[in-house]
Each structure stands twice: as structure tokens, then as C-alpha cells.
Write a protein that binds this ligand. Sequence first.
Ligand code: SF4
Length: 223
Amino acid sequence: MDFYITQINSNEVLKYIGYKGGDIDNKIEYDIKILSDEVIKISKPKVCFKVFSFDSNFVFEGTNFIPNGKDVKEMLKECSKAVIMAATIGNDIENIIRRYEITDMYKALILDSCASAAVENLCDNFQNWLEEELKGMFLTDRFSPGYGDMPFKQQKQICSILNTQKSIGVSLSQSGIMIPRKSVTAVIGISNKPQNKRFRGCEYCSMFKNCSFRKEGSYCGKF
Ligand code: SF4
């Protein structure tokens, strides 16, 4: 099954480049649009995944994988199965970011941020497809190693279970960083009950660019 990057959330890009609210330079908005298109064109998106049952101790069937941390277990508490997934947009974009880092740091920063937002869109598209496929079942949020209290080192287990090196060309450096860098691993629960989704952040709020709370350096209290 092929998965694609369909759009890049410019709010997310602005967040990654450090935008805190207030007026946005037209040039930055224009550059984000142009470089987002470049990322979509250059990327080679790939996704792999497996579905597992798990027992009351959260041991994934046929593996010794237990997602560690209170938060991820809380997320899975109404689930009988879960998906382990990995996604990447490939190495070509990485090479172009490295090149811009030598000649134009401004472009390198925006391109890097667009690439991060692109992986999120790829994961969202996979998740939407999966929910369609599992008619009548409901997915939880995605939970990645290193998020909340789930140990970052569990990334290694996920890559090994999915054999990401072979299936999508993702390996881990000695320090556990994924190569290509713009890659994600995650656990997603499958339940027969609708699941509450966590608030994803201001960059997914329609008020992002005009929010008076953000302009004053505060928040509305949604999270
Ligand atoms: S209204 Fe709340 S969620 Fe939306 S941008 Fe403002 S602070 Fe963020």
C-alpha cells in the first residue's frame, strides 16, 4: 500500500521555526508555500506497520514488546489490539537540507521544518486510511517513543519488530536517532469504543495566527 504527503500544515512549520504569534512577514508565508511544495515533490514517503493483540500486561503477541510508561498504557486501556507503525519521507530531502545549511541557513531552517510537518501529514494519512479499513473500530492517538513518559529507547524495539531497515529503509544510529532523520515510529490503539483524542496544539487551531492569548504569551486553557 502506498501512502502520500497531501499537504503541509503551514502553522506547524511556523511553530517549528519559532513563531510565537503576531504579524507574519509575507515573504516567510510565501517561502513556506514554495518550500512545502519542494518537500512534497522530493520526498519518498514510505510506511510500514503490523497489528498486534496484547494481553492484560500489555505484552504484544508474539513479541517481548511492552509499551512502557503510564501515558501510553492509559491510552491503550480500552483497546484489545494495537498497531505499531513507522514512517519516513526518505533521505533525499535530508541531503538538500544539508546543502542549504552551507549556503542559506534561512532556507535550511524552513525546509527542515516543512519536512518535519510532512512526516506528520504522512502519519495522519496512514491513520485515516487505517480507520477506514477497520470499519466499526476506533483508533487512539499516535504515541511515539520519547513522547510523554514512553522511553525513547523503545524506538529500537519498534524498528526491530517492523524490520524497518528492510521494509522502508529506516535504520538507527548508535545513539538511537533514526536515519533518515525525518522518520517516525508510533503505537496506535484499536478499540471498539470511540476514543478521546488529545489536543494536538495551537498549530491545529483555526485561531493560530490571530489568537489574542498567544499574542500575550498565554493560552486559552484548551490544553
Ligand atoms: S485559541 Fe487556544 S488553542 Fe487556539 S491558538 Fe489560541 S491558545 Fe492556541
